[in-house]
Design a protein around this ligand. Sequence first.
Ligand code: ZN
Length: 310
Amino acid sequence: MIDQIKGLHHVTSMAADANDNNSFFTRTLGLRRVKKTVNFDAPEVYHLYYGDEIGTPGSVMTSFPFAQMPRGARGIGEVGMTEFAVPKGSLPFWKDRLSTHGVTGLRDDSFLGETRLGFEGPDGDSYALVEADPRGRTPWTGSDVPEHAGVLGFHGARMRLRDAAATGELLQFMGYRKDETAGNVTRYRIEGGNAADVIDLEALPGGRAARQGAGSVHHIAFAVEDRAAQAEVRKALLDTGYQVTPVIDRDYFWAIYFRTPGGVLFEVATNEPGFDRDEDSRHLGQSLQLPTRYQPLRDRIQANLPVITD
Ligand code: ZN
């Protein structure tokens, strides 16, 4: 069993319109944009990162806004819901705020004793705010969301799977412990990690396969402290038979990827070096940062990207 994984690092989704995406995460949810860069494989597409003040692992939602991308459809074989933690008692504020901001799909819910508010993102993406203890986390205070209601980071994520057993075994191999079960959903939780420590597996044996598109989660990343821990995780996964990529430098973390039995793309990302490696922490996310290999093409790349209105 692996004991280096510390919970979620980031969740990456695909989107259609860069401005709608930016506005939703910064102006509606009150997250800080901590990086504005481009997709490593498609520099005509932004890679936008949103999180707490410094983009603490476990708080970072990232988006690839492919203009004109058709909307995906929720189904099995994907992360079907991304959950953010908010302070206890803040959901009435959020229900009012999201409704005022024109957010659709609002639904009050409770699950395993937690109070939550489900809602949709601008591309039909599925989110929930879950009331939770702060556990040392603080929200970004640079938005108009009051601090007592601000998003603390991720609570967890829910995967929808035809057969949850193999992915459940994988999570346990990764250090998660099987927790409570309610209906067809089993909760897994990691001990001694960051506060983004919950993964729920929903078994839907007769479900239709998800169709990837705008609003779909592209992959989900788990946090390890550093490159040494990541190398240990990579070796353990390879020894167990997973096809794991080599370590890839993503500028703000190092990444490895592998596909799970249920079809979801997993990443294991390092907490080092972080988002302040190429810009001052006071100005994170404000100007376009480019991977080294694209820097000579800066003018052309910038001219092809839509202007984001902050
Ligand atoms: Zn990633």
